[in-house]
Design a protein around this ligand. Sequence first.
Ligand SMILES: Nc1ncnc2c1ncn2[C@@H]1O[C@H](COP(=O)(O)OP(=O)(O)OP(=O)(O)O)[C@@H](O)[C@H]1O
Ligand SMILES: [Mg+2]
Length: 244
Amino acid sequence: MTTPVLSMANVTSGYRGIPAIRDISFEVLPGEIVAILGANGAGKSTTLLTLAGVLTPISGAVEALGAPVAGGKPHLVSRRGVCLVPDNRAVLSGLTVRENLAVALSRATARKSTEVALDLFPPLRKKLDIRAGLLSGGEQQMLAVGRALSREAKAILIDEMSMGLAPVVAQSLAPPVRRAATELGVGVLLVEQHTDLALDIADRAIVLSHGEIRLAGSAAELGKRRDLLEASYLGEVDPAAIGE
Ligand SMILES: Nc1ncnc2c1ncn2[C@@H]1O[C@H](COP(=O)(O)OP(=O)(O)OP(=O)(O)O)[C@@H](O)[C@H]1O
Ligand SMILES: [Mg+2]
């Protein structure tokens, strides 16, 4: 059996003991893209932060690459090859693109991983010596995602991949992420407000509403059931009534 790169079993998590997500169970396999959909405040970022070891769950089991995730120790999770791209993108704005791609790597590793990032996102090649803070929003997102994918990531969690980006720019991010999953076997957990874009590149999707999973299924299936999808965003679907 394949070991999931990320998994949650009956996880309740939140802030200062108050749950923001309840009884969440799902997994992401190597090479798979799972999209998390849902309205503002549904619990999408909380799910990512819990998987990345930033938040400590109130109950339930969180695992990355088959080993438990200790809450409050995100550096240990990242050392295993689990990369979080937060919704503020977190590029080092005072450093150039080249420096961003090389941070904390030896010279030889930096060269290799820079090539991986540039191969996935060719538009960055022309910007190598530009400070990241001067890049456009789309280029910064390419850098953030490319940087994560270039570091032999086993799993990547991308929060709001296309936030603030023009649709055509957002769409240009999708194929490299799909390639990283298919060709490099990276497991991807993607939070994306653009439902069409998310369902286009994902293998499976989960809809959260008020901190609970309301709908889960293959992206192809969910794409055909827009009525169900919209109702689930509003929390109007009874999860017990839906088979995967
Ligand atoms: N730092 C925090 N402290 C307390 N409560 C928080 C904190 N961050 C989020 N919450 C609460 O947890 C719930 C889930 O928030 P979360 O950020 O996970 O939602 P989201 O689905 O990512 O929403 P959005 O689409 O707006 O990013 C919300 O009710 C929110 O108010
Ligand atoms: Mg969020």
